[in-house]
Design a binder for this molecule. Structure first.
Ligand SMILES: Cc1cc2nc3c(=O)[nH]c(=O)nc-3n(C[C@H](O)[C@H](O)[C@H](O)COP(=O)(O)OP(=O)(O)OC[C@H]3O[C@@H](n4cnc5c(N)ncnc54)[C@H](O)[C@@H]3O)c2cc1C
Length: 326
């Protein structure tokens, strides 16, 4: 990263707001660290509002008008332009979409959005759409862009469609859909069990806690994956746990490499007992992952409701009030 970019990055970074994934290579034909790309947006915003001239006064007014506005609409499909992509693992990519640089996306933590794309044949003259939910991992306070972390399945309709998109292409988005309404210090301790891309809603909550110095929540994340190569944003999670004493992360993988130092195998009772806050009224456990993991750990959701709490968390003594399944 050049000195200038590093400076802009530091100037524009508020806590961890723009710091995610600095090793990530964005795919725009040139190499840009994720943090720096975000910081450039922040830097532009800084210069935009930092000076006063007749033209700038006009732009300031526009900025103020835009202050109450957000990019998302829960009732309408709106078009968002792909800005750039970056490979995160052998089967997962980051997709950055851009919009009006004066407004925020309009998402409370923790929420997802719906995406839709015209995939497949038209039938009876009507366009057919595939619709899938995704969980933005960019800071909800960022203006002008949001990031999706998407695992690409070999036969996945939407995830494969995402891989065909080029910068400038459009995806339609509606939302947000609120999942868990997070407020600072709502619990003293938050434990998290995530598998694969189940990390995305956890990232929203982790960032919300860590960027707020008044939020004293202790967060511990157990992150399960198939192999070390499948762990998403490990560098960033490690950096956060090294920088913030109230955030701890423990990894476990099914297929360890030779030099692997984390846990081996599925999430177990032992890992939960050692790595998560105990079952008290002051703790909350968040769970998100593939159906097999959900069944094993907490029981899956049922028809849009939380479903019964079963699995390891029940065995260890947590109650339904202490567990939230994304
Ligand atoms: C609230 C919510 C938030 C989500 N957020 C994210 C996110 O941030 N990032 C992300 O990558 N995904 C996320 N998902 C999953 C996402 O919505 C899609 O289900 C996923 O991208 C697969 O869609 P597809 O059209 O590519 O595959 P489909 O065409 O629906 O499925 C094709 C094949 O893909 C495989 N497959 C699909 N989904 C899964 C799965 N969950 N586990 C194992 N195999 C599967 C199966 O082999 C399936 O047969 C979220 C889901 C929900 C409900």
């Amino acid at each position: 990263m050049s000195l200038l970019l590093r400076r802009i990055s530091r100037a524009a970074t508020v806590g961890i707001a723009h710091g995610f994934g600095e090793q990530t290579k964005w795919n725009q034909g040139r190499r840009i660290p994720f943090g720096a790309a975000a910081a450039i947006s922040g830097g532009v915003a800084f210069y935009f509002y930092g000076f006063s001239s007749p033209t700038m006064a006009h732009l300031d007014e526009k900025g103020e008008q835009a202050a109450g506005k957000v990019a998302l609409d829960p009732e309408k499909w709106l078009q968002f332009k792909l800005q750039e992509t970056a490979r995160v693992s052998h089967n997962t990519q980051l997709f950055r979409f851009s919009f009006d640089p004066a407004v925020k996306l309009g998402l409370d933590v923790a929420s997802c959005i719906l995406t839709r794309a015209p995939i497949g044949e038209e039938s009876e003259g009507r366009r057919k759409y595939v619709i899938r939910p995704y969980t933005p991992i960019s800071d909800p306070d960022s203006k002008g862009y949001f990031d999706l972390l998407i695992k690409v399945y070999p036969d996945g309709k939407m995830s494969q469609h995402f891989t065909t998109l080029k910068p400038g292409d459009i995806v339609e988005v509606k939302g947000p859909i609120e999942k868990l309404k997070y407020s600072s210090n709502m619990k003293r301790k938050i434990g998290m069990i995530a598998g694969g891309t189940g990390i995305t809603p956890m990232l929203q909550v982790i960032k919300a806690v860590l960027k707020n110095p008044d939020d004293k929540t202790q967060v511990s994340l157990l992150y399960a994956n198939v192999s070390p190569d499948d762990i998403l944003l490990k560098g960033e999670l490690d950096r956060l746990s090294a920088s913030y004493p109230n955030f701890k992360v423990f990894y476990t993988v099914d297929k360890p490499s030779k030099n692997w130092r984390g846990g081996v195998g599925h999430i177990s009772k032992d890992i939960i007992l050692k790595g998560l806050p105990g079952p008290t009224e002051d703790s909350l456990i968040l769970v998100c992952g593939p159906p097999g993991m959900m069944k094993h750990v907490s029981g899956d959701k049922a028809n849009r409701s939380q479903g019964e709490l079963t699995g390891l968390l029940k065995e260890v003594g947590y109650t339904e009030e202490m567990v939230y399944k994304f």
